[in-house]
Ligand binder design. Structure first.
Ligand code: R5P
Length: 303
């Protein structure tokens, strides 16, 4: 029998994606032993370091809050795997923190996503996989061996089966997210899609967003985005399209960070249905990114 030399390793913030990946691929899985020291420092340990030698090690660690802590735990896991003579290290980071600081918006700022990707690589990562990175071009900072998978296909299938939208239109909150809207529209059966533009209502003075070309009147509107952070973008989009006559408002996003009073904003916006993925734990995480990641792992590991 041929021994498959791959182990899936679950880090402290894997949010169970590691377990799902191991199940899909039918390969060995271990959870890192984790504890926190009284001063807040993280401790991790491979339960059987001798098993790591000459294996391909897939470390799964998502970088949601507390980001810096989760980043450092990932670095510890990568470095230790190298010390234990892993053959290849593949870092699977379902949610990549700092991906929105992908350029210098103001003089003197760092390009944080570059710092992070370079650090993950320099720690000993041979291949890097993430999901719906804010800007795909950021992967160049890792170089060869970096992959971005999209969860939009799975989000679209979930919406199709669970919401059954009528006369749908898919909207991106801005031009940058149009690629996501296009993908979801395609899966829903090549339905209409567009992006929203900010406009000031000349009578009330209120800021609202409107589709660039199309109309939402009497249609089920599906708003899709990579991230819901404070909820402001999606809440404004939802209330605006509702005022413009949308029938139901459905939201699909990959990473539901839901910081601050995001839940309150979303609830006030009276959205009919919200779905997110398991890159970040939340009450909306109804879709798993594991099958999409598994496909890339099959290619890399040739299994
Ligand atoms: C921005 O370009 C992103 O795609 C999201 O639209 C944004 O990060 C969402 O942030 P918030 O929920 O705080 O409005």
């Amino acid at each position: 029998m041929v021994k498959i030399l791959v182990i899936i390793v679950g880090g402290p913030s894997s949010n169970n994606v590691d377990v799902k990946l191991a199940k899909i691929l039918g390969i060995k899985h271990v959870k890192l032993i984790y504890k926190e020291f009284p001063d807040g420092e993280s401790y991790i340990r491979y339960p059987r370091p001798e098993d790591v030698k000459d294996e391909d090690i897939v470390i799964v660690q998502s970088l949601y809050k507390p980001q810096s802590k989760h980043i450092f735990e990932l670095l510890l896991a990568i470095d230790a795997a190298k010390d234990f003579e892993a053959k290849k290290v593949i870092s699977v980071v379902p949610y990549l923190a700092y991906s929105r600081q992908d350029k210098r918006f103001l003089e003197g700022e760092p390009i944080s996503v570059k710092t992070l990707l370079k650090t993950i690589k320099n720690a000993g990562t041979d291949y890097f996989i993430t999901v719906d990175i804010h800007k795909e071009y950021s992967l160049k900072h890792f170089g060869e061996g970096a992959y971005n998978v999209t969860a939009m296909g799975e989000l679209a299938k979930h919406i199709k089966e669970n919401v059954k939208p009528a006369n749908p239109i898919v909207l991106a909150p801005d031009k940058g997210a149009l690629v996501h809207a296009r993908k979801v529209a395609e899966i829903l059966g090549n339905v209409d899609y567009d992006y929203l533009e900010k406009k000031r209502d000349l009578i009330t003075g209120e800021i609202e967003v409107r589709p660039k070309e199309l109309t939402v009147k009497n249609r089920d509107v599906i708003i899709v985005d990579d991230i819901i952070s404070t909820g402001g973008t999606v809440a404004l989009a939802a209330t605006s399209v509702r005022k413009q006559g949308a029938r139901r408002v459905i939201v699909g996003c990959t990473h539901a960070l839901l910081v601050g009073n995001a839940r309150e904003k979303l609830s006030k916006a009276k959205i009919d249905y919200i779905v997110a993925t398991d890159t970040v734990p939340s009450e909306y995480s109804k879709v798993t990114v594991a099958p999409a990641i598994a496909e890339v792992l099959k290619q890399i590991l040739k299994i």
